[in-house]
Ligand binder design. Sequence first.
Ligand code: FES
Ligand SMILES: [Fe+2]
Length: 444
Amino acid sequence: MLSPEKNRMLTQVGAGTPMGELLRRYWHPIAPAMELRERRVKPIRLLGEDLVLFRKPSGGHGLLSRHCPHRLTDLSLGWVDGDLMRCAYHGWGFDSDGRCVEQPFEEAGPAGGFHDKAGVKSYPTATLAGLVWAYLGPGPAPLLPDFETFSWEHGFVELILTELPCNWFQCHENGMDPVHFEWLHSNGNAVRLNPEAPLYAPRHTEIDFLEFEHGFVNGREVETENAPEGPFARSSSTAEGGILCLWPYTLASGNTVEFRVPVDDHRTLNITWQYSVLPDDVRTGVPESEEVPYWYGPLTEPGSDRIITSHTGNQDFAVWIGQGTVTDRSAERLGRSDKGITLLRRRYLEAIEQVARGEDPPGTVRDPAANVRIPLPLPRKFIYTEGVPRVVFEEKLAARKKSGLYGIGGFLAVQAGRPDHIQTMYEKAAGITDGSALGSGGAG
Ligand code: FES
Ligand SMILES: [Fe+2]
């Protein structure tokens, strides 16, 4: 149970709020780099601020506050002209530092314009892992953490984006909640497969958390080692590594890195960086950021407001939204499954105080030498770094097809709705040549 006041501290993200100030000490992923290459300009809302992101033809991006200082229209209605963001209304042009460098009609007049009084706020951007990132806090900005996952070279990488109508912190708490794997995912799937006699997963008997520089490792003990195939059905001690909950709102599992980006107090942009491990005879290299494909995953069933629950990611979305737009934590009844949740809340309240004292919060990286492929305590990393033997890959694929799961999302897709063109790219990368599953990837 948490007081309404502390609940507000954990959930409100606007400038000047305690959590808003903490979050402004981190970099935030805001859009796929490939999407910006295609559309050039994109409206962004991040931490309650309206912004416009644009791609400069000479390289890099600009991120400006959304409204033109002239008569305040939306700059995202405009276009990129040279390296300038051009306002659609009267053509004022802004560079990526927010300087107004062109005022066409004003310049033609006797005063020659008033550029120095017409700047907009600008923010630094960076590109990593297929994403454009932004930093909204005070300088000097810390480094954008370069986690090792982003340099693995044996997987097919794609980005999946879905906006959720709920607060970011309840999504992030999910990263410290190992018991939900058993019920929401394993048992929920068992019930869907056989509602009359579901085959339940082995029960969790204990959970544990280990704190490290960038977040927390989830550990679990489950009843039996004879568990069916699947990462969540096995015991794993924190010493061996596990699912990771990273500062400021990220879950890393090995084949995914999932960001719960706060759009504002009531909306979260879920971005999943998905890494589908390929057979070991395939070496993909690290894709260029602008080459990483992306797709927007649907939240609801076509033509209905029912939230999709067929896939792991969608199951998570459904329960987070089910907790209310902003979970009322004063009404909860916490138990021993919530050990990680209380730890997480305590650490965030402490981090808020650290920032108020002028210190860097946890997970801040400032040493360039330490920011090269930062190792993460994930279990069985060799699978991701070396790929799986081709015969094992083929066996798993065949089993997946037989189970009927292949057709509802494509091999290893964490969310429903993978478009056919991404499915085709994946199959091509994996060397799946029979084409037997093509065309069914987007049906989930
Ligand atoms: S409103 Fe932007 S140039 Fe006039
Ligand atoms: Fe989950």
